[in-house]
Write a new protein. Structure first.
Ligand code: GAL
Length: 375
């Protein structure tokens, strides 16, 4: 199975943590269809940690908690599939999950079969409580192999938080994406930390196996497991989403979709940003490093001779981000220019072939989808 675009969907962890249940998942699936999120490309509905009983059954199988999931996982996955969506679940390479539920260390083959029997299409695979003496490469390779051996197409989403130089070996294990950062929280600093940590690593992300800067906190509005009231508003959500799209990241929504505001729905379904994220070439952006730069500018080559140009102000004070065409190898005397469409307002400018400077409010950004034209 080839996963040649960064997966899009929803995951329960950011908002619901351990307070997940059958109804939340069904409601989420319903809203993904009725709101247009599914049509925009969001397809996986993923249950994270905390869905199981603390103990396995007599046959050594993981048992869904009957209080949270009274109809079992197969019935729930049937429901999700009936909506035209795909069903995802979670386990862990360690001896227990992060929240201390049964985990798949040395149980890879039995658990992979259980997930396949439940109709799982996507498995997030965490790294808590992993024995120090054991080999992480082998642990991820075993689960990947176990999933393939079921005969069911299951996206393997590794999650070892970027540890153990994972970018150097994870592709060889068969994983389709891998968390290359620590956990996100609904704080602008956490969003930036995750993005900044990929400055040198984003080049490893490519069709077949993608870096994963973690699930979105867009629209959480301070509610839930990793929510922080008052720390992010619509400007921070906009910049967070734009940074993820310019880096061709997996887009796993993390908010309570039942409370989705129209502004947030509009952002999450922005056609131009999704086109940038899902570009088949999945190239890392060039030009400005995000590491030490509080006002970076990204240039990203896209397929069909298009490109994206993003100006960011990550600072707490207003200021300008600059684009110097010669820094990306674009000579001002070449006779070509850029036609640019603002992905948020639709405003078109151009042709431009010279220095640009964008004044931006704190934490704000401006992103253009561009095409080359003859001047
Ligand atoms: C963390 C992981 C989170 C979430 C949590 C569940 O290790 O990074 O995304 O899955 O475990 O306990």
């Amino acid at each position: 199975m080839i996963i040649n675009k960064p997966p899009m969907g929803w995951n329960s962890w950011n908002t619901f943590g351990w307070e997940i249940n059958d109804q939340v998942i069904r409601d989420t699936a319903d809203i993904m269809v009725s709101s247009g999120l599914k049509d925009a490309g969001y397809e996986y509905v993923v249950i994270d940690d905390c869905y199981a009983l603390r103990d396995r059954d007599a046959d050594g199988k993981i048992v869904p908690d009957p209080d949270k999931f009274p109809y079992g996982m197969k019935a729930l996955s049937d429901y999700v599939h009936s909506k035209g969506l795909k069903f995802g679940m979670y386990s862990c390479a360690g001896v227990m999950t992060c929240a201390w539920y049964p985990s798949s260390y040395d149980k890879e083959f039995i658990d992979a079969q259980t997930f396949a029997d439940w109709g799982v299409d996507y498995l997030k695979y965490d790294f808590c409580n992993f024995p120090k003496s054991a080999d992480p490469v082998m642990a991820y390779a075993r689960m990947s192999m176990a999933l393939k051996a079921t005969g069911r197409d299951i996206v393997f989403s590794a999650c070892n938080w970027g540890d153990c130089e994972v970018e150097k070996w994870i592709r060889s294990t068969g994983a389709h994406l891998y968390r290359s950062t620590g956990d996100i929280g609904e704080r602008f600093s956490a969003i930036l930390n995750n993005c900044r940590s990929q400055d040198e690593k984003i080049r490893y992300s490519a069709p077949g196996c993608f870096n994963d800067m973690d699930m979105l906190v867009v629209g959480m509005d301070g509610i839930g497991n990793v929510g922080h009231p008052g720390l992010c508003g619509d400007t921070e959500y906009k910049t967070h989403f734009a940074l993820w799209c310019l880096n061709s990241q997996p887009l796993m929504m993390g908010s309570d979709l039942r409370k989705l505001r129209p502004e947030i729905l509009e952002l999450l379904t922005n056609k131009d940003l999704l086109r940038i994220d899902q570009d088949e070439e999945c190239r890392p952006p060039m030009y400005s490093s995000i590491k030490g730069d509080n006002r970076p500018t990204f240039f990203k080559h896209l397929s069909n001779r298009q490109f994206a140009l993003g100006f960011f102000n990550l600072d707490d004070t207003p200021g300008s981000a600059d684009f110097r065409p010669w820094d990306i190898g674009f000579p001002t005397t070449s006779g070509i220019g850029m036609m640019l469409r603002d992905v948020f307002t639709g405003e078109v400018i151009g042709p431009v072939n010279d220095y640009m400077t964008m004044y931006l409010e704190p934490h704000d950004c401006r992103v253009y989808l561009g095409e080359w034209v003859t001047m």
